[in-house]
Design a protein around this ligand. Structure first.
Ligand code: C2E
Ligand code: MG
Ligand code: MG
Ligand code: MG
Length: 285
């Protein structure tokens, strides 16, 4: 990073990481208290079968409602939690909440799966396996109902990614690569890493509805082809329009997630949503 004096004599950094501003510092302090003050909650966004929009799974997404700042975006606070190490306790809590919720939902929606995002720090932690096992046991949840979402960059930055993933597979949980295509995609890693699901990032999905012969459409088809060849399931994220959904369905994507179907919602709202869906599916001719 290059330091430069401006005409008032202040040192400014023209490149490189900027210094944290007051709001960032204040948010970071607030985040330390957020869990105990019950400002955090886990919401769930449904993922549906591409063919008939039946519920398949739900992704756990953290929400933070700060008394003064209002709702803070995970894009803002997850990196802060990651930097400070708070993600370890917050992530643990998300796991427990999600396993508990999923277990409860098995009564009305048997077989419903859940996805939990793991941060890079969680994925590299020596306590990962133990904490996943503890969360599953505390909830009495069948491990095959839990799928952990890991980004390409977390996989690449971890020292023993392959070993960790094998350990997780032995526990019986499933593994997904999140935001696929946005990291340093290295196709060779699919040979070494035992993942079951590939999640195509929203940035590739945005354009395919209006531009089904464009570059993104071609990329999506290629990703699906890759997934087929490797026997992986494919989820497309950020599906907002019927046109996108129909392109993705035709391209062979297995599951769809996006505002077209539902936004992330509380566990209680999810139960209502699932119940309504179930009745629709049952009453179909
Ligand atoms: P992600 O894992 O890729 O999650 C999907 C994001 O896309 C969510 O953003 C979701 O609300 C958003 N999304 C879903 N459908 C649509 C759509 O149709 N249109 C648009 N515009 N957006 C859609 P969200 O909830 O803001 O979370 C952002 C990111 O924060 C997540 O991206 C994930 O990387 C991280 N995150 C959220 N919860 C957790 C958590 O519990 N642990 C960790 N480590 N990271 C989390
Ligand atoms: Mg995710
Ligand atoms: Mg994602
Ligand atoms: Mg994404």
């Amino acid at each position: 990073q290059r330091a430069k004096r401006d005409n008032l004599g202040w040192t400014r950094f023209t490149t490189g990481p900027s210094l944290p501003d007051r709001r960032t510092l204040s948010l970071r302090n607030a985040l330390h208290r957020a869990l105990e003050r019950q400002e955090l909650s886990v919401h769930f966004q449904p993922i549906v079968h591409a063919g008939d929009a039946r519920p398949y799974s739900v992704e756990a997404l953290l929400r933070w409602q700060h008394p003064r700042y209002g709702s803070v975006s995970p894009a803002t606070f997850i990196p802060l939690a990651e930097e400070s190490g708070l993600i370890m306790s917050i992530g643990e809590w998300v796991l427990h909440e999600t396993c508990r919720e999923l277990k409860a939902l098995q009564v009305s929606t048997p077989g419903l799966r859940g996805q939990v995002n793991l941060s890079a720090r969680q994925f590299s932690s020596p306590h990962l396996l133990g904490s996943i096992r503890a969360a599953l046991e505390a909830a009495g949840l069948d491990p095959s109902l839990l799928e952990l979402e890991i980004t390409e960059s977390s996989i690449m930055s971890a020292e023993d990614a392959a070993l960790t993933m094998q350990g997780l597979r032995k526990l019986g949980v499933r593994l997904a690569v999140d935001d696929f295509g946005t990291g340093h995609s290295n196709l060779a890693y699919f040979k070494r890493f035992p993942v079951q699901t590939l999640k195509i990032d929203r940035s590739f999905v945005q354009d395919v509805g209006e531009n089904p012969t464009g570059t993104d459409a071609m990329i999506v088809r290629t990703m699906v082809g890759l997934a087929r060849a490797l026997n992986l399931q494919v989820v497309a994220e950020g599906v907002e329009t019927e046109k996108q959904a129909s392109f993705l369905r035709d391209a062979g994507v297995d599951y769809l997630q996006g505002w077209l179907y539902a936004r992330a919602m509380t566990g209680e709202a999810l139960l209502h949503w699932l119940t309504e869906r179930h009745e629709q599916v049952l009453s179909r001719p």
